[in-house]
Design a protein around this ligand. Sequence first.
Ligand SMILES: Cc1cc2nc3c(=O)[nH]c(=O)nc-3n(C[C@H](O)[C@H](O)[C@H](O)COP(=O)(O)OP(=O)(O)OC[C@H]3O[C@@H](n4cnc5c(N)ncnc54)[C@H](O)[C@@H]3O)c2cc1C
Length: 509
Amino acid sequence: MQEMTTDVIVVGAGPAGLMLAGELGRAGVRPLVLERRAEPGTAQKASGLGGRILDVLRYRGLLDRMTAVSGDASPKPIFPFGGVYLDFTGLDEIPLHAVAIPQARVEELLAEDAVDRGAEIRRGHEVVSMTQDDAVVIVAVNGPDGPYRLRARYLVGCDGGRSRIRELTGIGFPGNTYPEVNRLAVVAVHESVSVLDDGGIEVPGAGRIAPGFTHTGSGVFALGPVSPEDRVMFFQTTENDDAEYDNDEPLTVAELGDSVRRVLGAEVPFGAPTRLSRYQFQDRQAENYRVGRVFLAGDAAHLLPATGAAMNLGMTDSVNLAWKLAADLHGWAPADLLDTYHLERHFAGGRALLQTRAQAALRQGQDPAAEALRAVFRELLADESALRRMGALVAGTDLRYPMPGSHSLAGAFAPDLSLHTDQGTTTVAELMHAARPVFLDLADRADLREIVGESPRVEIHSAKTVDRPADAVLIRPDGHIAWAAAIDEPSESAAADLRAALTRWFGVE
Ligand SMILES: Cc1cc2nc3c(=O)[nH]c(=O)nc-3n(C[C@H](O)[C@H](O)[C@H](O)COP(=O)(O)OP(=O)(O)OC[C@H]3O[C@@H](n4cnc5c(N)ncnc54)[C@H](O)[C@@H]3O)c2cc1C
């Protein structure tokens, strides 16, 4: 067994692992990604990206690559939220946007980006065991040419909900597995089935099946038209089942047919499928996102009991972690910088669990108490500020990391201001493409620029913007604001806080 040494091993080439690999590359670290599957995954999982991750991708210049294959990001005026709908149509600004792109395409584009930035991706290499001490992590890998060992300074488990890395570190993953199993298909119906004008179908021997949701004693059945002229329909069943399924194991048409028979009591003859997915909800969060030199990100760290947020959350974990790991490897990380990964991302995962658990509570039960909960919730949503707040929670745009400093921007994601500089116009998003710390002076504050000027690590930009939200901001590579000076804030107090932030985040003495 030969042993090689590398800086960072990323276990798993899903969205979290590939995003991490690209981000490490941007920060000057060349990671090694180990993926047990020999070929990229084809299972149909997430069908889009939404919320804050779109801004993050734009701040890296990656969003254009995604929209080039999927079409532009579009507002989501109606969002299904656990059996009720968040209807944003009456708001001046829709708080949630999404890009309809299949997860497999997201992974393909992220893999390309990671390789362009120097990452090595080894497919067909499964990590089977791992040990660590104060200086190094050692893994045993089964590769196509047999077993081998690797040493690394850090390892990140991006190996999904059943994470082997999490198990090997002994990190607890408390929570629940929900009893409902969802089977979802976009599939043509056999020519013996009539597709009706109202979106329903007429099945020989079973009669008319209505579109929309049908609740039966055995579960919930949903039907809708996708491309009725081609006989292509959307089917979904939800039924309780004691078995625990692997989300990576594909659903078959036969299994879908069995489920429709159990839930609806009807035999529907299917033709060719274009989408088949089975998914079960879990509600879990790793007790710690870090043990020594080993970190967890993505589904390995959290599983959410509603759709639409998990992939986005995992990719954002990676953006938070990469620059911190790189800072450590480059030798300038302040002592507790790596610990802030757990603090910040466990907090962010908690916010995502909050809204998805609320969805789980809202969608369960058909009794009067459950109906009353949904009715009260709908009433509250008639209030615009409550609706806006829910939109921001679902999109993850309300996330503000706990941060010293009283400015309301401290800890928040930097707004994408239009900037006028001596060289022309630009935006905050463009300044963040290089993923470096940025000091943005919006009020010609030579007193503050001079302090930062002593640090080689921070890019300084001076610009003017309409209605500046602060005199100056210090932006971390992940786009979050580490410090902000209030408008006309006196030099003494602003300078002291700025020095403290430069030391805390970028190791500037
Ligand atoms: C049907 C379905 C629909 C979904 N819809 C949505 C949605 O609409 N929106 C959304 O945001 N999310 C959705 N999700 C969730 C989303 O797919 C996951 O959150 C996402 O895949 C998590 O990414 P990840 O990189 O953390 O883990 P994964 O994508 O699970 O990747 C983990 C990788 O690690 C590899 N691996 C595991 N163990 C090892 C090992 N020991 N050695 C080497 N490699 C290993 C695996 O092969 C895998 O490639 C859906 C999921 C399913 C199943």
